[in-house]
Design a protein around this ligand. Structure first.
Ligand code: NAD
Length: 332
């Protein structure tokens, strides 16, 4: 069979070609997005995989059916770029990768938490200026003396909780829908969790309930000088409220791997280009903010899993009409 992978990055290619060789299928890779203009190139292919972040044109599903394609295998956990109703109408099955490496994201959350607690940003800036002194601006806490609140104790939150426990932190969890991790204490309200925590790490999905779960009102419940890490989704944090809390000292410092208006910027090279978003510019300029481009997932293990699982799912759909990774309308 022939499979075409769109939006391919160099780091994904070896895993794709290796999968083809191992399973006896032909692989073609392109950096292009899958669009109405190039969908006709799929007439000689059996399977499709994409890694597009923005929404597909709703007409793509009919166009895929017309060229004999039965599926799109997304190479990410998110599936908000697909219109599942339109896909179903044209018998196009959409698969995602629900879990490619929770450790990748959890380890990044812990890494950023340690950087915040140890004031690494401030130490680096001092050293840049050849200031090698020790003072109150860089004295640190130790994780074993801190309470960490994990908001959303699912696949990634569970690993994150265990890693923080490994450092000796007292870990508490807030998750109204899953309280299955036996070795942490669950709080029954967000307010209770926020009021007990020295450091808060977000691992919830973005939905109506979690949009701006961190905002001016909820920040009021936090301890003075709390730390915040967001590796979940940008929409969960009201950025301007966080900036105000940093200005007032309510929050000590924050690490944001995701940002409300990230879509125009993250994953693109803006070297020598003007950043027009004043909030992003402010976040980048502050020494109490660590900002990174939605990169927590980005490990060799995760990329290999994303490529291989997407192709496995594509093959399953084509050969059996079923994949356990099929995104059902009821999952939305
Ligand atoms: P998951 O579905 O396994 O876990 C999410 C947990 O959040 C579930 O246990 C659910 O019960 C809980 N939850 C839902 N609503 C809640 C609420 N209102 N309050 C508290 N808990 C709530 O998801 P996951 O795979 O662990 O992913 C977690 C987050 O990480 C998602 O937002 C995902 O998009 C994000 N993510 C980020 C990156 C990155 O590179 N930064 C990569 C992958 C995933």
């Amino acid at each position: 069979m022939r499979f075409k992978l769109f939006n391919i990055r160099e780091d994904e290619k070896p895993y794709a070609y290796q999968w083809g060789q191992t399973n006896g299928h032909e692989i073609e890779c392109t950096e292009e997005d899958l669009t109405l203009d190039n969908v006709h190139t799929l007439s000689s292919f059996d399977g499709v995989s994409t890694q597009q972040l923005f929404k597909f044109d709703d007409r793509i599903y009919e166009a895929l059916k017309d060229v004999g394609i039965k599926q799109i295998a997304g190479r990410a956990a998110g599936f908000d770029m697909f219109n599942l109703d339109e896909a179903a109408k044209h018998d196009i099955k959409i698969t995602n990768i629900p879990s490619y490496s929770p450790n990748a994201i959890a380890e990044f959350a812990v890494c950023r938490a340690l950087e915040l607690i140890r004031n690494i940003n401030k130490i680096n800036k001092k050293v840049e200026h050849q200031d090698f002194t020790w003072d109150e601006t860089v004295i640190a806490k130790e994780l074993r003396s801190m309470t960490v609140l994990v908001i959303g104790v699912g696949r990634i939150g569970k690993v994150s909780a265990q890693l923080f426990k490994g450092f000796g932190a007292e870990v508490i969890g807030y998750d109204p829908y899953d309280q299955s991790l036996s070795d942490i204490e669950y709080v029954q309200s967000l307010q209770e969790g926020l009021s007990k925590a020295d450091l808060i790490t977000l691992h919830v999905p973005a939905n109506e309930e979690t949009t701006h779960i961190i905002n001016e009102e909820t920040i009021k419940y936090m301890k003075n000088g709390a730390y915040l890490v967001n590796t979940a989704r940008g929409a969960t944090v009201k950025t301007n409220d966080v900036i105000q809390a940093l200005n007032s000292g309510k929050l000590h410092s924050v690490a944001l791997d995701v940002y409300e208006n990230e879509f125009a910027y993250f994953s693109y090279d803006y070297t020598d280009k003007e950043i027009e978003d004043p909030t992003l510019k402010e976040l980048m300029s502050r020494d109490d903010v660590l900002i990174s481009p939605h990169i927590a997932f980005y490990t060799h293990t995760a990329v290999q899993n994303m490529v291989e699982i997407s192709l496995d799912s594509a093959l399953e759909v084509i050969t059996t009409g079923y994949s356990e990774n099929e995104v059902q309308l009821s999952k939305v």
